[in-house]
Design a protein around this ligand. Structure first.
Ligand code: PEP
Length: 247
């Protein structure tokens, strides 16, 4: 299981260092699952130094797919690898919506991350409008098929998928455990159709969207939910509470 915190565009370097030291203090005994924090790019290197050799892993929130070149403002997989990044969030709904990332670009990023031996946390999920029109499975299927396009079964097994219904992100409106489990089971079946049962069982599928200490347990006990990707609640001590619940 994995508990991952997406800090989004929050915390300066000094704030990030202070917070991650608190997390290490509180969570140094956690071995039962993987804990990941994803600070903004500016804080990655210094947070990485503090986390080096410890039980909390370093993640990035985005990446470009080329190693280097004329891509103003972008950060490459090699650059992330060098500072100890192990996980990279790819295809977050904020990147899809605000920065117009499409499935093809996301697929390139996933491949680039895998090529450098890092783990993509590949986000999928429907908007409220799509859910209300009954399109949830159709949207999620397209995102999964196109995001994983061309990956071998060995490569696919290394990907972590995060089901994040867009209507639940940062809204305080969490999916019910049943709503989440239904989509997770659908993704698992789809993976088994695209690859095989073993691959479908190996791939970890996280839930994300307004996770809080008071709704987390009901979600993580679901059969096909292998942990959480947490935004708002990962910026405070509530992240420690979430880790205690996972234990
Ligand atoms: C996220 O940004 O991935 C997320 C799930 O945010 P929040 O927990 O704030 O809804």
């Amino acid at each position: 299981m994995i508990l991952a915190g997406n800090w989004k565009m929050h915390k300066t370097i000094s704030e990030a260092k202070k917070f991650v030291s608190l997390l290490l203090n509180e969570l140094h005994d956690v071995k039962e699952f993987e804990t990941v924090v994803c600070p903004p790019f500016t804080a990655l290197s210094e947070v990485g130094e503090i986390l080096s050799g410890r039980n909390i892993k370093l993640g990035a929130q985005n990446v470009f797919y080329e190693d280097q070149g004329a891509f103003t403002g972008e950060v490459s997989p090699v650059m992330l690898k060098e500072i100890g990044v192990e996980y990279v969030i790819v295809g977050h709904s904020e990147r899809r919506r605000i920065f117009k990332e499409d499935d093809e670009l996301i697929n390139r990023k996933i491949r680039a991350v895998l090529e450098k031996g890092m783990t993509p946390i590949f986000c999928v999920g429907e908007t409220l409008e799509e859910r209300e029109k009954g399109l949830t499975f159709c949207v999620v299927e397209k995102q999964v098929r196109e995001g994983l396009y061309g990956l071998s079964r060995e490569e696919a097994q290394k990907v972590v998928i995060a089901y994040e219904p867009v209507w639940a992100i940062g809204t305080g409106k969490v999916a019910t455990p049943q709503q989440a489990q239904e989509v997770h089971a659908f993704i698992r079946r789809l993976l088994s159709e695209m690859y095989d049962d073993e691959t479908a069982e190996t791939i970890r599928i996280l839930y994300g969207g307004s996770i809080k200490p008071d709704n987390f347990l009901g979600l993580i006990v679901q059969k096909d939910i292998d942990g959480g990707l947490v935004g708002g609640a990962s910026l405070k001590e509530s992240f420690v509470e979430l880790a205690r619940i996972m234990k």
